[in-house]
Design a protein around this ligand. Structure first.
Ligand SMILES: *Cc1c(COP(=O)(O)O)cnc(C)c1O
Length: 494
């Protein structure tokens, strides 16, 4: 049966999966959601015998119904290959009474790789299906992590090019080095003299420039975006929850249909929403525990039913969660509003105009699957240290927020359900903060020296992603002013 997607802000909009992937966002500003979440149609016993790639097919084929079996299997094979440093792709590690689902074994050692390694392939197939002849040009502004993961995903994918803008003085030295050493003839990395907001606004202006769009269409190019609201990023993230559950069952850690809680360190609400969809597919997930850092908009929302972004934006040691507008939450709001596009539109308008909205008590009741918690950066640092001292396992600053929230949840509720913690980055990606949390010397040491010290301490070798940039050649050195961004795009596209 074919599954269609509709817009959260206009139920009359109805598109196929491949169209949703190509478009990213609906023209009315809404997000695409499946008309109904499909049920898993394979048994736990079958899942327990599957590889990651086979699980990916079992899950994704339920959502991307206009892809043929060959097309989807080909995308999966190209995405989940030796770019990942372990054949399991997403291994589970048991430590201190929880299972850490390590989502950081891909090219850029953070969980964005799980989806961004397959999105380019889903996009080129979608383009072919919809008779799009133009070359796809991905435009992205990045504050660090997404840019590199998108570059790694799109590098050398035929029929695509990718242009990443980053604030020249606004990313960490490792993040910058990761980007400017990116290989691939179809990649283009540009530093801008300005901050992340300037880069973001510049990209939005290019997207909104109809004349420029037409000019490029004549030359055979079409813009697209790779951001986290794309269905092509959401669906691949459902896979690892199903995979983790099946592994726990296969390894005898849980009984058939035993509920398992999940804790997700959350920013834009994409990862935890994927877990929610997994539950709706029939996976026996108990509570979905949403872990925030000091920017605890979501914690407050789950407690009060009021979403309020009017507050100070705090910079923390878990920067990928420093976010005040969690875009993907709109999909959950739409769901608990009984898929009423008018309610969704009204609330999102309030958010855009006043920075806050409040849901009704009836909607709040339907959020019962979720529990919101938060951890300050001091608490997260303490969690890194205590788990390390107890069992020798070193986690990164984002995972630490989740680990800490898990402890608080257990103490508050007494719930002893087995729990999977989404581990979203390698400690090697945030080495400075991690070594400080462990009480080690960091002064005067660069990130590579810190990585070597962490390897000694944790017994986990320095990952390939870090080794690769240690001595890599800089391949991109373009730096422009904000008002020169469009020109830079033109020059790269010839
Ligand atoms: C992006 C990111 C998150 C947040 O994930 P969302 O899907 O945006 O909620 C958490 N941790 C790390 C390391 C990330 O890169």
């Amino acid at each position: 049966m074919d599954l269609f997607y509709k817009s959260t802000r206009d139920s009359k909009v109805r598109v196929t999966a491949s169209q949703a992937i190509l478009q990213g966002l609906s023209e009315d500003g809404g997000l695409f959601v499946p008309e109904a979440v499909p049920a898993l149609n394979v048994s736990l016993k079958e899942l327990a015998g599957m590889t990651y790639q086979e699980t990916a097919y079992a899950v994704m084929s339920r959502f991307l119904t206009d892809f043929t079996e060959d097309e989807l299997k080909d995308c999966i094979a190209k995405a989940y290959d030796s770019k990942f440093d372990l054949p399991q792709i997403a291994p589970l590690v048991k430590a201190e009474g929880a299972y850490y689902l390590e989502l950081f074994h891909g090219a850029t050692i953070a969980f964005k790789d799980m989806a961004l390694s397959i999105l380019p392939h889903l996009m080129t197939v979608s383009a072919r299906k919809n008779q799009i002849k133009e070359e796809i040009v991905i435009l992205t502004a990045t504050s660090g992590d997404t840019g590199k993961a998108a570059l790694a995903g799109f590098a050398d994918v035929p029929g695509t090019r990718i242009i990443v803008f980053y604030p020249k003085d606004g990313v960490s030295p490792v993040q910058e080095k990761q980007m400017v050493t990116q290989k691939g003839d179809n990649t283009f990395v540009v530093g801008i003299r300005g901050n992340f907001d300037d880069a973001q606004s510049g990209v939005k202006a290019i997207f909104g420039d109809a004349a420029f769009k037409e000019e490029l269409a004549k030359k055979g190019f079409r813009f697209s975006s790779a951001n986290s609201i794309n269905v092509g990023r959401l669906v691949p993230q459902i896979v690892y929850y199903v995979y983790a559950y099946a592994r726990l069952f296969a390894d005898g850690e849980i009984q058939k249909n035993e509920p398992v809680n999940v804790v997700v360190p959350t920013g834009n609400f994409g990862n935890i929403l994927a877990a929610y969809y997994a539950k709706q597919m029939g996976l026996p997930i108990g509570k979905l525990i949403c872990a925030s850092n000091d920017n605890k908009v979501l914690y407050d929302f789950f407690r009060t039913g009021c979403y309020d972004r009017n507050r100070e934006f705090l910079l923390t040691t878990s920067p990928s969660m420093d976010i005040l507008i969690s875009s993907n939450l709109e999909r959950l709001i739409y769901q608990v509003a009984d898929q009423n596009d008018e309610t969704d539109r009204r609330l999102m308008k309030e958010l855009a105009e006043h920075g806050h909205y409040e849901i009704t008590p009836g909607m709040e009741e339907r959020l019962g699957d979720f529990y919101g918690g938060y951890a300050s950066q001091e608490e997260a640092a303490a969690a890194i240290r205590s788990v390390y001292e107890a069992v020798g396992y070193v986690m990164d600053t984002h995972t630490a927020v989740a680990s800490c929230v898990y402890e608080k949840y257990r103490q508050e509720t007494g719930d002893s359900t087995k729990t999977v913690i989404a581990s979203t980055a390698s400690p090697y990606k945030f080495t400075g903060s991690v070594m400080e949390a462990l009480g080690k010397r960091t002064e005067g040491m660069d990130d590579f020296e810190l990585a070597d010290a962490l390897a000694v301490l944790s017994g986990v070798p320095v990952p390939r992603a870090v080794e690769e940039i240690r001595n890599a050649r800089v391949l991109h050195n373009t730096v422009v002013d904000v008002d020169e961004m469009k020109q830079a795009v033109k020059e790269f596209l010839g």
